[in-house]
Design a protein around this ligand. Structure first.
Ligand SMILES: [Zn+2]
Length: 127
């Protein structure tokens, strides 16, 4: 059985210097296989043998994305009105059953705003 499909192996091409693939293409003379052509997938440079290129172990693909390419955290609220919400206030206390303002001694919502707002210590200064 003759394999028609080309075989690719990861390598570093000495001709173009890129992380590339060595493409192995069977060569035919009429219907008779006379050998194979080894070439670079990136620049098309042909090689006489595998020894001419730097073959990579394993079949891993080149790493394109790195950690540095990730977008930063998305900020939902800009500084302003939302900064004065009870949930950021030093007087705001959360219990399993209710949320209280210790200053006004009453039940509040986390999203309430208050003229007597006092920023909680641990919320200040972002390093
Ligand atoms: Zn090349």
């Amino acid at each position: 059985m003759e394999q028609m499909a080309t075989e690719k192996r990861q390598m570093r091409c000495p001709a173009c210097g890129q992380e590339s693939w060595l493409v192995r293409t069977p060569r035919y003379e009429g219907f008779r296989r006379v050998g194979e052509t080894l070439s670079c997938a990136m620049c098309g440079q042909e090689f006489g043998s595998e020894a001419e290129v730097e073959l990579r172990a394993g079949g891993g693909r080149p790493q394109v994305f790195t950690e540095a390419d990730r977008p930063g955290p998305v900020r939902l609220f800009e500084a302003g009105e939302t900064d004065r919400m009870c949930r950021h206030c030093a007087e705001y206390v959360v219990n399993p059953f209710l949320q209280r303002c210790m200053l006004h001694q009453r039940e509040v919502e986390a999203t309430d705003t208050c003229p007597q707002f006092r920023a909680r210590a641990e919320e200040r200064g972002d390093g």
